[in-house]
Design a protein around this ligand. Structure first.
Ligand code: SF4
Length: 323
């Protein structure tokens, strides 16, 4: 239904799936339930998910976000973020006797298990990912002697590997699917015996959001991606939109960051959001656009998602006990 005054020559598209994935939902609910069950403050190591709005909302409710465990008092409860932590961090928490709840996404934990299994076979592991990302730091910590980080296809040429030991690749869960394929192809040219991960490391949510943008972008003069600057999967959505035919694409944390000049001469806009973005922020963008005369958004659903993960065991027990 067109809003009164909407410009019928213009098109507004909304990609689906978008926004919250199962791992983000579980991590955010974990902090909310921990606050309910144990009371504030609840410490969280690193941002629970990479979204400014989510972090600020949880801070208002009593969560305290820290970079490292040495900022957490001895008797406190600390939650590990969705991106996962290295065994060294878990050991440090255990040695200090901290109470912990691990909100690592189970799909990140799966990659940790793969790293450990390959390392047990003395396999050299090429981890495709971004330096400094918390997920990469956590996965690397599982087998630091065996893992070499590969950030781009160009990195592959400089690799110095032991020709007598097997080589496998793993990846960060939130990468560009196409760029990762390119990197793996390049590795395989040099190491034809390259071992694949047992299953896709780039998670279902990353893949679905990228495929939905690929479908939408060719029709769009502009694609607006809602998400925070430090969200890896959000950044990839902007890249995928541009590679797939959008004339322009910008990331915004919220509607307030949309610049008037972006809309000049634009007849079609697509909107999507990263996996850590609450739907309310997307609605804010759509409301802003309709207030400027854009029609109601046409939602294009690539696939329905139904995956959900159980909460960490500490919260499951408490919920059961409370019944
Ligand atoms: S993006 Fe994928 S790996 Fe990351 S939290 Fe969501 S489901 Fe888990």
């Amino acid at each position: 239904m067109a809003v009164s005054g909407a410009d019928t020559d213009k098109k507004l598209f909304l990609a689906a799936p978008r926004g919250y994935c199962a791992g983000v939902d579980r991590a955010v609910v974990t902090v909310e339930k921990a606050l309910e069950a144990y009371g504030a403050p609840v410490y969280v190591r690193k941002q629970i998910v990479h979204n400014r709005h989510v972090v600020e909302t949880l801070e208002e409710r009593g969560a305290i976000f820290v970079d490292e465990l040495d900022e957490v008092p001895d008797d406190a409860l600390v939650v590990f973020s969705a991106h996962g932590v290295s065994p060294q961090v878990k050991n440090e928490a255990a040695n200090r006797g901290l109470r912990t709840i691990d909100a690592t996404c189970p799909l990140v934990t799966k990659v940790h298990h793969e790293a450990k299994r390959f390392a047990n076979d003395d396999t050299q592991i090429l981890l495709i990912g971004h330096a400094g990302h918390e997920e990469v730091e956590g996965t690397t910590g599982e087998a630091p002697e065996n893992i070499t980080l590969v950030q781009t296809p160009e990195d592959v040429d400089g690799l110095q590997l032991d020709p007598d030991r097997p080589v496998a690749w793993l990846s960060q869960t939130t990468l560009s699917v196409d760029e990762t394929v390119e990197t793996v192809d390049r590795i395989r040219q040099l190491h034809p015996q390259l071992i694949n991960p047992p299953s896709d490391d780039i998670c279902y949510a990353t893949q679905n959001r990228q495929h939905a943008v690929k479908q939408m972008a060719p029709k769009c003069d502009l694609v607006i991606v809602v998400g925070s600057k430090n969200s890896s999967n959000t950044g990839r959505l902007v890249e995928v939109a541009l590679e797939s035919g959008a004339k322009a694409s910008y990331r915004v944390d919220n509607a307030g960051e949309i610049k008037e000049s972006w809309l000049d001469g634009v007849d079609s806009i697509g909107v999507t959001s990263g996996a850590s973005v609450p739907e309310t922020l997307v609605r804010g963008v759509l409301d802003l656009l309709t207030s400027k005369g854009w029609p109601q958004a046409e939602e294009e659903t690539l696939i329905e998602e139904s995956l959900s993960f159980a909460l960490p065991p500490q919260l499951r027990k408490r919920r059961t006990a409370a019944r």
